[in-house]
Structures are given as C-alpha cells and as structure tokens.
Design a protein around this ligand. Structure first.
Ligand code: ADP
Length: 194
C-alpha cells in the first residue's frame, strides 16, 4: 500500500505517519528527514540546504528529485511506502506522476490532515514555546514562514489531487485517536483488511 500524507506544520502529520507505518509495515519516505541527514554531513551541499531549511523555504526541486529517485530504487519499499513531505509543490507532484508511471507504482491513498489556520497558528506557537526540539526551523517565526510556504506552494497540490478525485480530507481538529480512526476507517473500507 502506497500513501501520500499532507499536513501543514502543526497538523499532526508526523504522529499519524508513525501510526500508519507501524500498522501497515510501511517504509517512510520523508524528504525532511533525508535533508536533515544531508545537513549533518557538513558538505557544501549540506551547508546550502541548511540555510534554506533554517529560513523555512523549499529546497530546490532538483535536489529533491535525485533524493526521491535514489530512494525508490531501494528494494525495501516493495511492501509499500508513505510519502511524508513530498510532493510539496505542483512541479514535484507532476514529477511524481512520471515516477509512478515509469515504475508501475500504484498510489493507493492521498490524505490531507486538515486543520484551521487559527488552530495551526496557536499549535505552532505552543510547540515553539513548550516543546524541546533540536530542529532549528521550529522557532515560532520560521514555523509561521513554513505555514506561508505551505499555503502558497503545497495547497495547489491538494487541489491537484482533489481534481483527480483521489484526495481524502481528514478533519485534523479532533484528538489524535479521532484523527487516526478517520484515516484507518478509510483504508480499511477500501482494503478490506481486519
Ligand atoms: P514539516 O515538519 O513542516 O512537515 P519537513 O520535515 O517535512 O517539515 O521539512 C522541513 C524542511 O525541509 C522544509 O521546511 C523544507 O525546507 C525542506 N523540505 C522538505 N521536503 C521538501 C520538499 N519536498 N521540497 C522542498 N523542500 C523540502
């Protein structure tokens, strides 16, 4: 089973991704995690990526495309994967269509964990204030910037999947359990798993 998970910063995407990975034995393909690994290497590329991420901007599509195609070549994805953080703009979504076609991959579910803007903003402020994080891009100012970038670049991708009639919008304003139940209900309905 192959899944794409969308959610603005503060929407709870990471938490739900973890549930799905455990339940369905999926491989997580997180472009954010892959980029953080590159930053750790302190190469020229690492330094460049670090700056972009620290500002909350998007890393160039070329870098993302080479990360994704390398990752999909790895045979461990055969049981299924979950894309977390990709595609993040329309160009990436169209590239993903090509990759899917070329590799005969079937996309089973696209979820958007939907949370109102005001709630996101207050979650973001709380997260920056009270949660211990090692991420440089989790300060309130950068999170707000990431939210802007999400609205500008990633929201059109949601419309793209909605037009294709494969977008499942999940109410992300309930409890963590309520959100995961909504996601699991949709999967179980379509997959007829127990
Ligand atoms: P979030 O917690 O907001 O989902 P991620 O861990 O997915 O954040 O991404 C962190 C940062 O990494 C982004 O703000 C961006 O700079 C960069 N990034 C991650 N994925 C992509 C992508 N697909 N395209 C461009 N930049 C990306």
């Amino acid at each position: 089973m192959n899944i794409i998970l969308f959610g603005a910063p503060g929407a709870g995407k990471g938490t739900q991704a973890n549930f799905l990975i455990k339940e369905f034995d999926l491989i997580q393909i997180s472009t954010g995690d892959m980029l953080r690994d590159i930053v750790k290497c302190k190469t020229e590329l690492g330094k460049k990526v670090e700056k972009i991420m620290a500002n909350g901007d998007l890393v160039s599509d070329d870098i993302i495309f080479s990360l994704i195609s390398n990752r999909l070549n790895n045979k461990d994805i055969k049981n299924g994967f979950i894309f977390d953080g990709f595609p993040r703009n329309l160009k990436q979504a169209k590239k993903l269509d090509e990759i899917i076609n070329d590799n005969n991959i079937h996309l089973d579910f696209v979820f958007h964990i939907d949370v109102d803007e005001e709630i996101l903003t207050s979650r973001i402020e709380n997260r920056a204030k009270y949660e211990i994080t090692t991420r440089k891009d989790d300060t309130s100012a950068v999170l707000i910037e990431r939210l802007k970038v999400y609205n500008r670049e990633t929201k059109p991708v949601l419309d793209y999947y909605s037009d294709k009639k494969i977008l499942n919008v999940i109410d992300g304003m309930g409890t963590i359990d309520e959100v995961s139940s909504s996601i699991f209900r949709i999967i179980k309905n379509d997959f007829k798993v127990d």
